[in-house]
Design a binder for this molecule. Structure first.
Ligand code: ARG
Length: 445
């Protein structure tokens, strides 16, 4: 016998049930602890506006806390016969507390319930992602400082171009992460607004105190317009996916560099052999599979915003079941991105750099602009200096002292890593994770 919140006097067709529930039982497990938190805030508010007695609230809060701990210890599950996490928790409350459990859904719909669950879950995941991003950022900046004097060729069109350095290479990806962090913050701030009280998407005739649930859940503010709050379903996920895609783009680019630089033909970096994988047929192989998988997984994450956009493409205002499917693409992506961030930091830490790259004469032409600039500084017009050096190279008579004189901000000799670190720090300060932590602790106390 199916156990449905909305079941009346007929039973739903089994096939319809199977198809409409889909992967929800699995997906909703991620949301379970947040469904509990959302319910705790909602019923605290219901009591404040006279829809629950103090005694009823006490009973419900105690039981919800038990369920929260069951989620934490991995004992919570969604039964075969139950549609989703929202139904499961209400069912557990009514089994335990009888009629009191049936009162919690006043002034609420599963539409704003799943919205609040998703926002609380995403908020938590984004915090973890920022932490992983910061760890990788620190690793990169440290490597940049450490190897700031080790030169390598810089490329355009994959043709040797100008002198570069490991300081520039590592530091560039650190600064890229600072920009990604800004994107994460925008996504976080849009996420951290309370949709609860929007109910089915058009509010309620109960005098709900939305400010109270906003404060209890540690949201910065609410999604004010109830119809807009409902529009946040899909839009929130898409914006978060854009931020994740930005991080993933940084990882994928760096992973490709690393694969290239690790090739014997480049030989710029080396991985310790225990960090490589072998071949079943070629005994000599030490492959950089870690970077290849980071690249592929990150590229997959870069497709996430498009996937979400296509699922919700052209949906008009109001809730549709289409939105359920977004959970299937977004929810697993958080773990994948965190894993990629962690593995990138891990392998970058182990990577060795070649400090004798430029001893190879094939790279001498990268100093051509140094020579042109030296002549210009001595009074030769740029175009004439350019021509002379070009002719020398053609004639095979070009020689360079291989001295680097880059001193402006952000160049090889003046990386400004301290300022990049400040930039990251100033962005991190504006997340205010402490507020959320305090509110959630308070709610569970
Ligand atoms: N599983 C649904 C989802 O993720 C929950 C909301 C159901 N609401 C509804 N009106 N059918 O969207």
């Amino acid at each position: 016998m199916a156990n449905k919140l909305w079941e009346k006097n007929f039973e739903v067709n089994r096939e319809i049930e199977r198809f409409t529930v889909g992967k929800d039982r699995e997906m909703d497990l991620c949301l379970a602890p947040y469904d509990v938190l959302g319910s705790m805030a909602h019923i605290t508010m219901l009591q404040a506006i006279g829809l629950l007695s103090a005694e009823e609230l006490k009973l419900l809060l105690a039981e919800l806390k038990n369920i929260y701990h069951a989620c934490e210890s991995g004992e919570f599950s969604i039964e075969e016969e139950v549609e989703d996490v929202h139904s499961q928790i209400e069912l557990m409350l009514t089994r335990k507390l009888g009629d009191v459990g049936k009162k919690i859904h006043s002034g609420r719909s599963r539409n704003d319930q799943v919205l609040v669950d998703l926002k609380l879950f995403i908020r938590h995941e984004l915090r973890e992602i920022t932490e992983e991003v910061k760890l990788l950022f620190d690793e990169l900046l440290q490597k940049s400082d450490r190897y700031k004097n080790i030169l390598m060729p810089g490329y355009t069109h994959l043709q040797i171009a100008m002198p570069s350095s490991f300081g520039l290479w590592f530091g560039a990806y650190a600064e890229s992460l600072a920009d990604d962090m800004l994107f994460l913050q925008a996504a976080y701030r849009m996420t951290n607004r309370n949709p609860l009280g929007s109910a089915a998407g058009y509010g309620s005739s109960f005098p709900l105190n939305r400010q109270l649930t906003t404060d209890l859940l540690g949201f910065d503010s609410m999604d004010y317009n109830v119809a807009y709050a409902q529009m946040g379903r899909g839009k929130t996920e898409r914006n978060v996916a854009f931020a994740m895609a930005s991080v993933a783009g940084t990882l994928a680019k760096m992973a490709f560099d690393a694969c290239l630089f690790n090739s014997q033909n480049f030989d710029f970096v080396r991985l310790p052999k225990e960090c490589t994988t072998g071949s079943s047929i070629m005994p000599h192989k030490k492959n950089p599979d870690v970077f290849e998988l980071i690249r592929a997984k990150s590229n997959k994450i870069q497709g996430l915003p498009q996937q979400i956009m296509l699922i919700m493409n052209n949906l008009p205002m109001g809730y549709f079941r289409d939105l359920q499917i977004i959970k299937e693409v977004l929810l697993p992506a958080f773990g994948e991105l965190k894993d990629c961030l962690r593995m990138t930091a891990y392998i970058i830490n182990k990577m060795e750099v070649n400090d004798r790259i430029l001893e190879n004469r094939m790279y001498d032409p990268i100093f051509s602009v140094e020579e042109v600039n030296r002549l210009v500084a001595a009074g030769v017009p740029f175009r004439d200096a350019y021509k002379k050096v070009g002719m020398d190279i053609e004639a095979g008579s070009f020689v360079s002292d291989k001295q680097i004189r880059h001193i402006h901000e952000g160049s090889i000799g003046n990386l400004c890593n301290d300022r990049i670190a400040e930039l990251m720090q100033s962005i991190l300060q504006d997340f205010h994770f402490d507020r959320v932590e305090r509110a959630e602790k308070q709610l569970l106390s």
